[in-house]
Design a protein around this ligand. Sequence first.
Ligand code: 0RA
Length: 635
Amino acid sequence: MAKKDNQDYGADSIQVLEWLEPVRKRPWMYIGSTDERGLHHLVWEIVDNSIDEAIAGHCDTITIVLHADGACSVTDNGRGIPTGIHSKTKVSALETTLTVLHAGWKFGWGWYKVSGGLHGVGSSVVNALSTKMEAWVHREGKVFYQQYAIGVPLENVKEIDTTKITGTTIKFYPDASIFKITTEFDYKTIITRLRQQAYLTKGITIIINDERSGKNYKFFFEGGIKSYVNFLNKNDHTIGAVFYAEKEKNDILVEVSLQYNREYSNNIIPFVNNIHTPEGGTHITGFRTALTRTINKYARDKGILKEKDQNLTNDDVIEGMVAVISIKVIDPQFEGQTKSKLGTAEARWAVDSVFSEKLMEFLEEDPKTAKSICEKVFLAAKARLAARAARDTVIRKGALEGMTLPGKLADCSSKDPAVSELYIVEGDSAGGSAKQGRDRETQAILPLRGKILNTEQARIDRIFANEQIKNLIIALGTSIGETFDASRLRYHRIVIMTDADVDGAHIRTLLLTFFFRYMKEIVDGGYLYIAQPPLYKLTKGKQSWYVFTEEEKQAVIDEHSITGENIQRYKGLGEMNPEQLWETTMDPQARKMYRVGIEDAEAADEIFKILMGGDVPPRKRFIQSRAKQVKNLDV
Ligand code: 0RA
């Protein structure tokens, strides 16, 4: 217990304020941003400390409460943050944790003390960005309590009660002057993240109570990442049993689970110390090489792959695979654009060794699954060879004709990709209006007739043979697949412009699927947009208004007392003349556009699969239950 009296806080506060100011002045340096994402980062920061306590084996239940007054609290049944005086800071360890920047790191608490996300800044930053924080620690038969305002303790740690349990509760109120966009926690965001964390920490129970809405959720997955693979595969026709292995090698704990399905895409999700690493890294390299080598070896040993046959490639063996790779490593090194790529060299060899050994055992012990997997990957290899031939034809054709641009394309005169825009327009008539209305210098128009191929269901060889897709690939200039080259992209703004009706939505989804599956770099690079044509034109005398939503329409009608006959509904882009199309949808000064991004690639993948996959019942269910959200996919 801190034995100081309250007067001492004068000196302490000054020390505290020294680091508080930079954190409050530049919060994004510590939590990435101050939008909704940054706000939720506060929750992850606090929850991750409890997860660390669970990974260390001292805690099995974590409860998150979203309070009606705007606070969030996180309770665990771990050992409780120590409350004794810390030798370095001369105040209690509890106070140190919550008021000294990077205290968790500096004092080396626990070797997995890295699950704190990629920022891993610690609880003190959450405290600094909260108007109020409170801590309760159950430990040594007592309940200790301390409260803080904007990172500064208001009093000493005090004993307020006796107790029979141990654990920690941290409650905080995000500061609205920092989180200007919103301070409201999103239930769904929190559920999604905590579900993932629950899968990654076998045997943990995570409870979320939303006192604002009365909703609550409880996660407990006995199987850990094996349950995760089952969950990810729930909408697909699976092939064979689920593989699962866990083993430690050279101080690196390796956990892998996988199962094949009948889809053509793969979904491989890697984690390091419970941190999602979308950019991959050494652990993924180890996984891929071990997978390819082991399956080739098995197929050769069993005589399925003949001497004359070529080896299966990595692409062949990952087609239709759902896998979760989770490793725990001391002091991981991260690299890459977003610091989400693992650089630790030892991880490659640990994953390779554990995974290849266990996978071979699995194939030997379950010959039925092994047979189904072999059939699946052989089919993939066959399709790859067919696709290569088809693609070579496309590329050769392009090359022979000097990369001749498709006749349907009305190109812009600028050759500078940075200012050039490609409008992909539904239908020839809207395409005609767009061609007339556009800015010829910077805007190119590619009309697409009818529905393009459903790329989720189609095999890659057939996709390349599709005329519409071929035109699009040639217009973009990047080529596709192994020869994809983002630096050859001819337009840095690619705008999907479809009607505001069901057919338009379908074509848009097809195009999005195509970009997600085959040109993900274009989405990741922020080059893909969706045009927003107006729904109505309202007129009164000489004045007119274009409105984009029903709400906007009502507001204008109310404000200007507009009558029925002065309301024009646009059913399709084709109904607008070139001037109107320019004014409302293409003029950079006036238009509305949404940039397509994948906040959550897995969620997008899921939606695409449900919407576009071969399995009808889940799609029907999805559309019926979430017709509203499907519309939001547009943004
Ligand atoms: C270091 C040492 C001990 C507990 C913790 C950290 C701890 C931290 C947090 C943060 C949230 N919940 C937590 N639970 C525990 C205790 C060491 C001991 O008792 O010997």
